[in-house]
Ligand binder design. Sequence first.
Ligand code: NAP
Length: 410
Amino acid sequence: MLTRSATVSRSCVPLPEPAATASQAGPRRISILGATGSIGESTLDIVRRNRDDYKVVALTANGNTEALARLAIEFDAEFAALGDADKYSELHAVLEGTSIQYGAGEEALDEAASINVDWTMAAIVGIAGLRPTIAAMNATNTIALANKECLVSAGSVFTRAMQDTCTTLIPVDSEHSAAFQAIDASGAENIETITLTASGGPFREWDAARIASATRAEALAHPKWSMGPKISIDSATLMNKGLEVIEAWHLFPVEPNQIDVVVHPQSTIHCLVSYRDGSVLAHLGAPDMRTPISFSLAWPRRMEVPVPRLNFAELGRLDFEPPDPERFPCLALARAALERGEAACTVLNAANEVAVQHFLDGGLTIDGIARVVEATLEAAEKNGTIATLNGIASVYAIDTQARAMAQALL
Ligand SMILES: NC(=O)c1ccc[n+]([C@@H]2O[C@H](COP(=O)([O-])OP(=O)(O)OC[C@H]3O[C@@H](n4cnc5c(N)ncnc54)[C@H](OP(=O)(O)O)[C@@H]3O)[C@@H](O)[C@H]2O)c1
């Protein structure tokens, strides 16, 4: 059974002094890790509409030089960093002669993340976001966490880093932002369950044989959310919900058996928190990430966001159904990893990242993702890879071994 060394709950997150918020203290300095992605673009859309309130300090991407340079120039960023060191000359060619400092490679990412700002959006996809996010914590930046994989992979190493640096973390994942808002001040002992909703993804009504022959384009065509490729595939397999169960366990003061998942195809309710007096507090909103992103940016206030408003008469009904473990085994794999311990979660995430990339590259069917993850977990159990996490080096060691095992299985 997994034990936590740290629990980050709403009541543990210190409220900032009102004076520290935008309207009273001038522009807030912000950085965006993963600025060229879906979350990064949505974040910058909000900033673009509120230019006087925010000063963009650092922006990062991996290899998308053109988009990073364009955004850095548009927002007059102080520093732009690419993760891919080989792209340095491309970035140099575009940004040389501007006032923007720039770099490429792991150290440049860390340098960008390490700049002290008021707020950092952690929106790099995958475990690649772990080191920069911890660098941003070390700089005492408030973290808006979209990058769930770094929390799933590093578990207590991540939450201990939060505690050691007194980091204020605001969840950005829509379900976790919703839970953060629906958990009241009555105390953890009053919470019975946290129910995360899942849209069901593009294959909700497909039979297993049809899912097995799904194309890349079909898997990427999410019915409700517009997202980057990795999370879109995770949504199609329901691994995303499994990662979110693990994320919720780290963020909120509940046990794994208090975290439920329900399929809700309209994606109108994002999370429900049930209390011991029979009350259920739900968070509703249009499926647009600008709402949870803006919440993390304006918290503890709220800001005007031009997302579609809910019209309940037009909505008419809200549907719910249990997730199907036969067609979507990834959710149960994630729950099993959570029960097994946090190193199993590191293995789960690594194997999933490898398998998803392989599917996107055309080398695996979508139902093969669960098989690769399950087989990697079994192999890791047998050869002793699933050990205790006792620092960032152990996270990377287990992640590297699990990736090699998953590759070998492929
Ligand atoms: N999209 C959503 O609606 C949504 C909702 C909830 C949570 N999330 C979470 O937010 C994170 C980002 O998702 P996304 O959909 O925005 O992904 P995305 O569209 O694929 O964007 C990923 C960003 O990370 C950068 N990146 C990728 N690999 C990198 C590496 N090795 N080193 C440094 N930077 C790297 C990309 O740069 P390049 O453009 O140069 O490749 C891009 O800026 C994920 O953890 C996801 O689970 C997303």
